[in-house]
Ligand binder design. Sequence first.
Ligand SMILES: [Zn+2]
Length: 432
Amino acid sequence: MHRFPSRSALRRSLTPLALACGLATTGLAHAAPQAQLHQQAQQAQAAYLDTLRDLVHIESGSKDVEGVKKIADYVAGKLRALGGKVEVIAPSDVYRLDDTPEQVGPMVHATFQGKGKSRIMLIAHMDTVYLPGMLKDQPFRIDGDKAYGLGIADDKQGVALILHVVELLKKQGIDDYGQLTVLINGDEEISSPGARSTITRLGAEQDAVFSYEGGGSDGGVRLATSGIGAAYLKVQGKASHAGAKPEDGVNALYELSHQLLQMQDLSKPEQGLKLNWTVAKAGTNRNVIPAEATAQADARALKVADFGALEQAMQAKVGNKLLPASKVELKFEVRRPPLEASEAARKLALHAQSIYDKELQLSMRVMDKATGGGTDAAFAALKSKGGVIEGFGLSGYGAHSNDAEYVQINTIVPRLYLSVRMIQDLSRGAVK
Ligand SMILES: [Zn+2]
């Protein structure tokens, strides 16, 4: 998400002539509806930008639960108007992480019944990393080929895309999918403590999941992301006077040091597993044997199973103490599992690539090696047999920054078109 745009490929115009040529050379049977779809996608651009402005103008930082509720109501209202069965769900099964707030924002869950069999889910998140009051410095505005605004790239563009994709499906009369599920959560930026179990449960039922985080600077899609974990060590010792009676104490700092040293070589760089201790605290006064010491480690993995194995290895080490009278506790949290590229995802991505290439004359990069931090796509893929693709959103720049977050307006039409075509082809069994 944090690369500078190279827009030359995206600037190529999508004229009806170019479209017609693409169709002529590929010889697809459904030439007319696709030209009509492309025209409808073009016509939807203005309405899309209106929706995007509305979404940007509702502040919805992850910890601003009132703001998240407000945006959830807006999204739910739009999905209801499109004929969905819609629920706003307050998470009940919350995975408590170190920084999980007391209250976690709701998610919007919508389903649309079709006449066929395929099950497809579209996901995005409506929360942002920003604090209330920051909108006034980054209101929605259009300048040339960019739309600016707070949270616009991450991930309000994705929410707006899903809403307008569903609308285009209706306009096109496409209803030969089995069930189309939309899930928009309100806690992604705090590692989805409330939505993760729902995303995984719904993900397991799908033939395909498209996640609408931004498509980076060049519109590429991602099939793999790295997982992020955190380890917390807490050592309980016993305080005593460091000058008069040190032997009466149990030095928590010594025990912590021993634990860190025996857990310094658990990384396996050849398979992308990394564990690094980064924060430590101990003691209160120079003349007191410290009764408590704590440390934190950052963990990264490319394979879901690696975190489990790492935690086991750490728990086994904890039992080997320097000071038997100390108490050592280890807590390991999976902040986000890795997304592993699957065969099903590769197949989907190849299909998407060919739609871009043959029907829009645009190129699309498919990244199947993890390049960056995790997203909700990883939760969707945990138990899924279907393919999961990340980065179906617009191209843009500036996520999590203090100014000038924007999206590329000329990627709206291609992304709307692509999503509808993917759902259409999955529904009629045309993704081989
Ligand atoms: Zn995001």
